[in-house]
Design a binder for this molecule. Sequence first.
Ligand SMILES: Cc1ncc(COP(=O)(O)O)c(C=O)c1O
Length: 382
Amino acid sequence: MTNLSKPEISPFIVMEILEEAQKLEKMGKRIIHFEIGEPTEEVDEKIIKKGLKALKDKRYKYTSSLGIHELRKLISDDYKINFDLNIEPERIIITSGSSTAILLAILSSTKINDEIIIIDPHYPCYPQIIKILGRNIKIFKTYETDNYQIDINELKKIISKKTKGLIVNSPANPTGVSQSDSILKKLSKLNIQIISDEIYQGLSIDYPLNTILKHDLTNSIVVNGFSKYYSMTGWRLGYIVMPKSLIRYAQKLQQNMFICAPTISQHAATGCYEITKKNKDLLIKKYKKNRDFLIKELSKMNININYKPDSAFYIFCDMSNYTKNSLNLCKDILDKVGLALAPGIDFGEDYKKFVRISYASTFSDIQKGITLLDSYLKKYIK
Ligand SMILES: Cc1ncc(COP(=O)(O)O)c(C=O)c1O
């Protein structure tokens, strides 16, 4: 039976912390941001130039619902260059952020009341989106002691007739962990729809570039976007790679719900494929420096990271030496010393003692933030 009542939705707590931090900033307080998964890097000049050119040439009306062919072809070429995979542009739809791609993925591959597995700790919006779309959530846990890797044998035990889909996010928010290649391969062999959210692709510090499409070229759905690797958060641009059988349905969803992705952003994003390898390597080098410094400094405060955050500018910290309720702790740290952190509860019920640090900022802010955390813990936690 379809549940027609309005679903209870939880807030995206990280956004609420950000909004609180912004209020304090408006009042003149200096805040260091470790909470939001938003790179402070500037958008590359090549992207800006393409966007400005599109504006100048008055290319700002609706595009095809699938997106401009030039960008879809560049994405397709990128799969060829990086993985030697042939993903035809016809299988790619440009979307308004990868958030919209997640909606299209779920709506075109599952039905109301179908069960979708998400992996804990998870990106906060997955369960909310699944609920909003009238699907049911099943949680599968991963553990720090297993480096947050999915135990496929255990996973198989919870797959039932009702289970139609699974969302995997690798590299992952909030752990910064990549699933091993063999796990991705095993996932792709399961008899359910895999939706692989690869938005952090390219942001690996010590892990090879990967995609589930390597293991299943035809059936997996891949969600990706320009917010993280290219720092284009506000440009609202993502894309989805669909099996051929689902593309027409997804196109109709896009036409009816979103019409098309933002036109200027689509033209601007063609510049992403001109960014030099040198600049890309430089970015990863910066993130490596931030991550290694943080892990070392956190351990001095007795916050030990017992897994390998190999990618994607996040560290998920067990704060049980300091608190049983990291939401209150985060609010207090923000209030007392002006450091914004993401509380673990956003990433699953079992993470009330965790906080997530996003290190996608300057080294100088990372140093300032860690000093603030140290001073808070020394002063306020006995
Ligand atoms: C795992 C994951 N998927 C999707 C998104 C949404 O990104 P956007 O809609 O900006 O592309 C985020 C943003 O933080 C994320 O962490």
